[in-house]
Design a binder for this molecule. Structure first.
Ligand code: ARG
Length: 581
């Protein structure tokens, strides 16, 4: 495991501070990347008062006290900043060290915490919508990054596979034997869109016809009490939907497997116990024949505490109860140290209430962290929430098809010499990569506009730009194929563009740690984009294959490390990095 240069420089400055003024031992050296040098420290400004000295004077003392051969220069600038320049041999040694590690020298967490990530979670018998696409892609990226850092990641797909809507749907199917929905008895329409349509028909009937509504309610009771005929149809519906989700998961190359599915039905047997326990603990109370938890902190528009509904007046359990049972299971049985819910921002209140109730019940030990990794809405070209069915049905599959189709044209224009099969393959990888990158590269809390044309472009901060940068380096390296691995000579000179690229590459591990702490994948995207641009600047300024040794070897090493970093970074975003495009 290799610390970053930033971490090592920070440690050296911390030592310098302690030597300059022992009373400041342990103070944060506040080292950051800088435009004017490699790094800067504002510690003297922050600590001047404590030290009883002018900032510039303190900075001067620290500068003199910093002793490390990592740094070629420590200068005081402005009111008391330290500007820190890394010595060229230290930069080259770092490139060599990262290249020598299979894992690029990115440290693993010392204590792998178990992290449960709740993501994707589409609803059975409904079409996947864009919100689930966001959850799926963001959740999958976090699962990859946290896993890479050594955490013990447990993926959980909280499928919406239970509840009153199934009573309605199964009753409707029973009364309409002619309603073809199974795979095989359909022409064109997928079984999930057939179910989605039938579900909406059932709902309309339920609202309009009291007798049908009554029969549907009995059907819910039959389902929940395990009536074999009802369960058999329910299973068939779940299997059909899951198969459709799976196809999309495979195409998106997400990590979720059937073993990760623990839908709402999984918790059915635990719901009564949850309500009993919360009632006995005095957390849940009776209200109007229902059992609820009244929030101590959240109030509604009328000023009354917002309730979490544990048991409805008709005795039924719902989404709230299920989430409490789920949280309890994840803490007590999965032994989670951190629980992440990658769910749309509109459910923020729901999760606050669930966490509050679980905390009051004593189910959440203080060292277990629960975070709602919320995200904004996907907007259509009209700036309004993007719907899967804006007039016509726009399924996720067709969205992906559209992206791949556009990518095909871009790929063909960029590289007309690819044969047809290779072009198809690359178009699929860039089209899917483009959609995923667009999702991940915007701050997740913001809304973003689904714009296929912009997504598949190869210029700007896009997936295609990064994939192309990677393929371009692959092409350079192919020209040096068969040569022994480059030998890095730390004594060689260091061009500013080489320095900038090497420092960018060195920050990979820090970036991953940052993503793990903030749960914001766009930081990794920005990092990769900046790194790819640093490579472009380097490649323009520094010839590689035609340079004399030792420069040539050092530059080849930079190429290899850049390629490995882009490839690994894209893999952590769940995006393929083809060797040729
Ligand atoms: N199925 C839900 C929906 O479509 C999302 C479930 C999120 N996870 C959870 N534990 N509530 O809105």
């Amino acid at each position: 495991m290799t610390n970053s240069l930033l971490a090592e420089v920070a440690a050296a400055v911390a030592d310098g501070i302690a030597v300059a003024d022992p009373a400041l031992t342990g103070a944060d050296p506040l080292v950051r990347p800088s435009e004017r040098a490699d790094f800067q420290s504002g510690a003297a400004l922050a600590l001047a008062r404590r030290a009883g000295r002018a900032p510039a004077e303190l900075a001067g003392r620290v500068a003199e006290a910093v002793r490390t051969d990592l740094l070629a220069g420590v200068r005081v600038s402005g009111p008391g900043f330290l500007e820190l320049t890394v010595a060229a041999p230290a930069v080259w040694r770092r490139v060599a060290a990262r290249l020598a590690h299979d894992d690029l020298g990115v440290p693993r967490a010392e204590t792998g915490r178990r992290v449960v990530i709740d993501y994707s979670a589409p609803n059975i018998a409904k079409e996947l919508h864009v919100g689930h696409l966001r959850s799926t892609i963001i959740g999958d990226c976090l699962a990859r990054v946290l896993g890479r850092l050594g955490h013990d990641v447990v993926r959980q797909n909280h499928l919406g596979d239970w509840g009153t809507q199934f009573g309605m749907l199964i009753q409707y199917l029973d009364e309409h034997p002619e309603a073809a929905w199974r795979h095989g008895d359909l022409s064109g329409e997928s079984s999930v869109s057939a179910l989605d349509r039938l579900y909406r028909e059932a709902r309309a009937r339920f609202d309009a016809d009291a007798e049908f509504a009554g029969r549907s309610r009995s059907r819910v009771v039959a389902l929940q009490s395990g009536d074999p005929a009802t369960i058999a149809v329910w299973r068939e519906i779940v299997a059909e939907s899951e198969a459709a989700f799976r196809q999309l998961y495979d195409r998106l190359d997400v990590l979720l497997t059937p073993a990760d599915s623990a839908g709402e039905s999984f918790y059915n047997d635990r719901l009564a116990g949850v309500v009993d326990e919360l009632t006995r603990a005095g957390v849940a109370v009776q209200s109007d024949g229902a059992v609820v938890v009244l929030s101590a902190t959240e109030t509604g528009p009328d000023g009354a505490p917002v309730p979490l509904i544990l048991r409805k007046r008709d005795g039924g359990y719902g989404y709230d109860t299920t989430d409490l049972a789920t949280l309890r299971y994840r803490v007590a049985e999965l032994r989670a140290g951190r629980i992440l819910y990658v769910v749309d921002a509109r459910q923020a209140l729901h999760f606050r209430l669930v966490v509050e109730a679980a905390t009051r019940a004593g189910w959440l030990p203080g060292d277990v962290e629960v975070a709602h990794v919320s995200f904004g809405t996907v907007l259509g070209p009209d700036g309004r929430p993007f719907r899967t069915r804006a007039g016509d049905t726009v399924t996720l599959g067709s969205l992906l098809d559209a992206a791949v189709e556009r990518a095909r044209a871009v790929v063909a224009a960029k590289n007309p010499s690819l044969d047809a099969a290779a072009a198809d393959h690359v178009a699929e990888l860039t089209g899917i990569g483009a959609v995923k990158y667009a999702e991940l590269s915007t701050s997740r809390t913001k809304d973003y506009t689904f714009d296929v044309g912009r997504m598949v472009s190869f210029t700007g901060n896009t997936g295609g730009y990064l994939q192309y940068a990677h393929a371009r380096i692959a092409a350079i390296l192919r020209r040096a194929e068969g040569e022994p691995g480059p030998v890095v000579d730390p004594a060689a000179d260091l061009h500013p563009a080489e320095r900038a690229l090497a420092l960018a590459l060195d920050a990979f591990g820090d970036t991953l740690a940052d993503v793990a702490a903030t749960l914001e994948p766009h930081r990794l995207c920005t990092y990769l984009y900046d790194t790819a641009r640093a490579f472009t600047d380097f490649y323009e300024a520094c010839p590689v294959l035609t340079a004399p040794e030792p420069r040539r070897g050092n530059r080849l090493a930079l190429c290899r490390l850049t390629k490995a970093t882009l490839r690994e970074g894209l893999a952590l975003l769940g995006i393929a990095a083809p060797e040729r495009m």
